[in-house]
Design a protein. Structure first.
Length: 123
């Protein structure tokens, strides 16, 4: 099956802790972008598509960053979770988040280089 990628901005792999709906549920983000994220979840814990959510993103070297979002999809059966589009950051905190996202391609390069060097060393 072919899906069209309708994302507005690139996604970056990560594993960052977050809290969903006022710290009721601890979750992990497994990718994020400037405009949203994907949250790992069991089928039982999925929030309905279209429902608004509150997230607190735990950003390394920065701290907790609140954001309001909306659930846009539930992933695929092999990868259950929730695609969340960000709607609003309070108090101009979007500027902080944008700077954080800007460093993610560099971190991906460092991770890829590390993996390459480890593989070469194992040979």
């Amino acid at each position: 099956m072919f899906f069209t990628d309708r994302r507005k901005s690139p996604r970056y792999c990560c594993r960052l802790p977050a809290f969903l709906n006022d710290q009721e549920t601890h979750v992990f983000l497994c990718d994020l972008s400037l405009t949203g994220c994907f949250v790992e979840s069991t089928r039982e814990d999925l929030i309905p598509v279209g429902e608004k959510v509150s997230l607190i993103l735990m950003l390394p070297c920065i701290g907790p960053l609140p954001v309001e979002g909306i659930v846009r999809h539930h992933g695929i059966p092999e990868r259950p979770g929730m695609g969340i589009e960000f709607l609003e950051f309070p108090d101009r905190l979007h500027r902080v988040y944008a700077k954080f996202v800007k460093i993610l391609p560099i971190l991906e390069e460092a991770r890829d280089l590390y993996r390459q060097l480890v593989r070469e060393e194992e040979k």
